[in-house]
Design a protein around this ligand. Structure first.
Ligand code: SAH
Ligand code: AVI
Length: 319
């Protein structure tokens, strides 16, 4: 592993190895999963309410319009949700399942452990009779599903979080979902769609600076988890649209020459203007979603589309 030096007291060796690899690449890179400690999850929640951040409210409207009919049609008994966060939109699906009298099990999966347990506790209170079995997992590695799952199940991956994974990782993730699906199960994917670039860039450069705070929070997570000494004020938020790869890239740009220490690693040098890429957020169209599904052994079963809607909800089945 590049850059790793021996340290007697590394608390999180997996994270340290991953960070070492990312920060030794020519384009320094960190996984967006490191945004989401308690503060990061709360900042994301605040982002979803920003006037510029259209995805959440658009997806919520699409779910409200479709889920009552879809849940009645599918007879879904279990909702398994990847990257559930605060499960705000999941309630629309759970309400529709409850409306059919079939809601039995909800499995919210997330890497953010404390946020997940809060979400689970709130939902148990709101939905008496529904079994809530949260699963802490890095979905890029595993789903960590419970053994007994009443079928048919709906696997949901909302918010266009799929867009935060590079294509090979996105395909592996969907293939993992496909492998866990039984005949009769379905997959519901939220995808942000390609649109006017200015609108997309505004969503990631909001005027209140919440996205900048969310981006910089990753440095605080590294300081807390690994004992690093990043100075968040010595990095600037930058988000721009790549018209070739059809994605937003978020970076943290070093505002000066500096050296950062991460216990267990060689000192990390940053030149002024050098950046860490912290997130990609891919925007899709019909063809790019079909290609992902195809590669993962899934087929698009339904995609009720309104050309005025800048977001898509795609229903998939096993191919
Ligand atoms: N589904 C919610 C939250 C989206 S925010 C919505 O649509 O609003 C992305 C969520 O995915 C966060 O809760 C974050 O903790 C989780 N997440 C990000 N990367 C993850 C990973 N690799 N494994 C598991 N969860 C992850
Ligand atoms: C969670 N994910 C889908 C968000 C997105 O839009 O890619 C994360 C985010 N990054 C900046 N703002 C919101």
């Amino acid at each position: 592993m590049p850059n790793l030096v021996r340290s007697p007291a590394v608390q999180n060796p997996g994270m340290l190895a991953e960070v070492a690899l990312g920060l030794s690449a020519p384009q320094k890179e960190l996984s967006p999963k490191y945004f989401y400690d308690q503060r990061g999850s709360e900042l994301f929640e605040a982002i979803t309410r920003l006037p510029e951040y259209y995805p959440t409210r658009t997806e919520r409207a699409l779910l409200s319009g479709w889920m009552p009919e879809l849940m009645a049609q599918l007879g879904t008994r279990t909702l398994i949700e990847l990257g559930a966060g605060n499960a705000e939109k999941s309630r629309i699906i759970l309400d529709a399942m409850r409306g059919t009298g079939l809601a039995e099990l909800y499995v919210p999966i997330d890497v953010s452990a404390t946020f997940l347990s809060q979400t689970a506790a709130t939902l148990r209170h709101e939905y008496p009779g529904l079994v809530v079995e949260p699963a802490i997992a890095d979905i890029s590695v595993e789903l960590n599903l419970p053994r007994r799952i009443p079928r048919p199940a709906l696997f949901a991956f909302l918010g266009s979080t799929i867009g935060n994974f590079y294509p090979p990782a996105a395909i592996r993730l969907l293939a993992r979902v496909r492998a866990a699906m039984e005949p009769g199960d379905r997959f519901l994917l939220g995808v942000d769609l390609r649109k006017d670039i200015a609108r997309v860039e505004a969503a990631y450069n909001d005027s209140q600076g919440l996205t900048a705070a969310f981006n910089k929070n990753m440095l605080r997570v590294l300081n807390h988890e690994l004992g690093a000494d990043f100075d968040p004020d010595a990095f600037a938020h930058r988000a721009f649209y790549d018209t070739v790869a059809h994605r937003i890239e978020m970076h943290l740009v070093s505002t000066r020459d500096q050296v950062v220490s991460v216990p267990g690693l060689e000192p990390i040098a940053f030149a002024a203007g050098e950046s860490i890429r912290t997130e990609i957020s891919t925007k899709y169209d019909r063809e790019s979603v079909a290609a992902l599904f195809d590669a993962a052994g899934l087929r698009i079963e339904a995609w009720p589309r309104d050309p005025a809607t800048p977001f898509g909800l795609v229903l998939g089945a096993r191919a």
